[in-house]
Design a protein around this ligand. Structure first.
Ligand code: RIB
Ligand code: CA
Length: 312
């Protein structure tokens, strides 16, 4: 059994980030979660940071939390409270955080942690890429020292916040541009695969049937989420966007990926925040991203169910 992968979880919980982080924290054989860094996104930074503490308490994990960027690099902040509820974690029976965030800013922590273990640390990003972009600008040596970025974001097709743009990319397109063009190895899990990983009523029932608190809370969160996804996207449940990114960090074979040139539209207008993926290589530009193009969503859910079942 290889040694667990050192990872830093960066995100904007947000209910699917929280479920993704439960999966990560319940997988110590594969992932060594060094820390959590929080960012603006689904809800404001104060709430994403508090929700990180709630998620850690739910997992019974003692992992430091570093609060990061409270707004995008340039554009106006965007939130998704309609999808994730006003608090970002629409569920009852949530535990209180056991401790607050560290004093050090997330960006300074990212620079320090990666430099301490060059080539070893994987950044699993499930929100806007503002923290990573700031770290790469603060420390230009960093992209060459990060093992890999695994990002839930973008899409080879349509968007979920605008017809062209996926939320994490749209929330900070300039940050996404900086990270995707930095030379750091990136695996991108976009809507074209994550929207296939649906938390159907049957799957939510199996999570609730685990009989533990983590399963009950996950089921409550996904039940709220399902209402939004039925109404807005016509799906039978919420898409397991962020859990897919964490699952792919654990088991890359869950998805087929294809090297592509990916650029981010930063021009205001219809395509603002779009990840323009050169699926057929027509630009003859070098590939800068490994883009997920197929997913085994049965295997994803089986992994999620088994690991959440390990928690209290
Ligand atoms: O578009 C889906 C992504 O945006 C997910 O990461 C969700 O948590 C939101 O951040
Ligand atoms: Ca997220």
């Amino acid at each position: 059994m290889p040694a667990p992968l050192p990872v830093i979880l960066d995100g904007d919980p947000g209910l699917d980030d929280a479920i993704a982080w439960l999966l990560a924290l319940a997988s110590p054989e594969e992932l060594d979660v060094l820390a959590i860094t929080t960012v603006h996104g689904n809800v404001g930074l104060d709430l994403t940071t508090r929700n990180a503490g709630v998620t850690l308490a739910l997992a019974g994990a003692d992992v430091p939390v570093y609060a990061g960027a409270e707004r995008p690099l340039l554009c106006a902040p965007l939130t998704a409270a309609r999808v994730h509820g006003e608090t970002g974690l629409p569920a009852a029976d949530l535990p209180e955080p056991r401790r607050g965030p560290e004093a050090e800013h997330a960006v300074n922590f990212l620079v320090r942690a990666v430099r301490e273990r060059p080539g070893e640390v994987t950044l699993v990003a499930t929100g806007p890429l503002t923290n990573l972009a700031l770290a790469f600008r603060l420390a230009p040596d960093l992209p060459g020292k990060v093992r890999e970025v695994v990002w839930m974001g973008g899409s080879t097709g349509g968007g979920n916040r605008t017809p062209a743009a996926e939320f994490n990319a749209l929330a900070d397109p300039h940050a996404a541009h900086i990270v995707l063009t930095s030379g750091v190895p990136v695996r991108m899990y976009g809507l074209n695969v994550t929207m296939q990983a649906v938390a159907t009523p049957e799957r939510v029932g199996r999570l609730r049937g685990l009989g533990n608190r983590a399963g009950r809370v996950s089921a409550d969160l996904l039940t709220f989420y399902a209402g939004v996804y039925r109404e807005r996207y016509g799906l039978s449940g919420g898409a397991l966007h962020d859990p897919l990114a964490v699952a792919a960090a654990i088991r890359p074979e869950l998805c087929r990926t294809q090297p592509m040139n990916v650029q981010v539209e930063m021009q205001e207008g219809l395509n603002f925040g779009r990840t323009v993926c050169d699926v057929y290589g027509v630009t003859e530009q070098p590939a800068n991203v490994e883009v997920a193009v197929e997913v085994d969503d049965e295997a994803l859910f089986a992994l999620l169910l088994e690991r959440v079942g390990r928690l209290g």
